[in-house]
Design a protein around this ligand. Sequence first.
Ligand code: GLN
Length: 309
Amino acid sequence: MPDLHDVVDEIAEKMGQREDRGAVATYIPQLARVDPRHFGIAVATADGTLACAGDSEIPFSIQSISKVFTLTLALGVVGDSLWRRVGREPSGNAFNSIAQLELEKGVPRNPFINAGALAVTDVILSGHPPREALGEILRFIRFAAQDDSIFIDEAVARSEKATGFRNAALANFMKSFAVLQHPVDHVLGTYFHHCAIAMTCRQLALAGRFLAQSGRNPDTGFSLVSPERARRINALMLTCGHYDGSGEFAFRVGLPGKSGVGGGILAIAPGRASIAVWSPGLDAAGNSHLGRMALEILAHKMKWSIFGD
Ligand code: GLN
């Protein structure tokens, strides 16, 4: 087996040289300002190794990757009854599609498309004012990463709030079907803020370890979720984590993964490693172009695909 540090260094060098970097998201103005030349990678293995390269210490907007953590929290709050509010099937549509929601009477296909994540955020708001619900999300991520310096980028949250008309449409639409129980502006405000959490690749790889290790956080020895729940979250990441690019991601990389329009991807090699990559340029489905490519090389070289060598 090749040395992980060598593989990670080599990937960062290769990705740094590529000209085809995709296009940064422009629909959230603050994200449009990010330099597309960044590339970072961090891998936290089950045996405690941490391999980082490139811009692995620069915080970026995790955006939809936050939906993995909100899903974990919401399952902790309401357990499997969450599945009465949101489905578990891949959508085959864009992350912010409205058409499907109408056909399915306001019940989102899965927890990772925007509509599904808004429903999940609504669950986390139960019994809490928005500020506390947000505090709970941030505390959970800090705990998983064992890093209290993780923060919310208020400029990104404001930027998204100012332009989030489509998310507002999705939330209002779900409210009309009584799929949301809290005021639409509370759900949206909390959602925009958890999407605006900023993390480095290193912090994100560390935060994802519980999913690679049957729910256990190796630093504390405590379980964040049961092994069964970790397995199921991984299954959803595999089938739904890259929206209508999920099939292609499984085909090329073969790992559960969750992307964000900030250009980050959290990928899990169950039993082996938690991996974070970041390159801001996106492909047509809104997933990091070089991030996916980097994971493809890593999974191949380390023989980490869940589908075999
Ligand atoms: N905050 C973004 C949005 O709601 C998240 C989308 C994403 O990362 N795919 O549009």
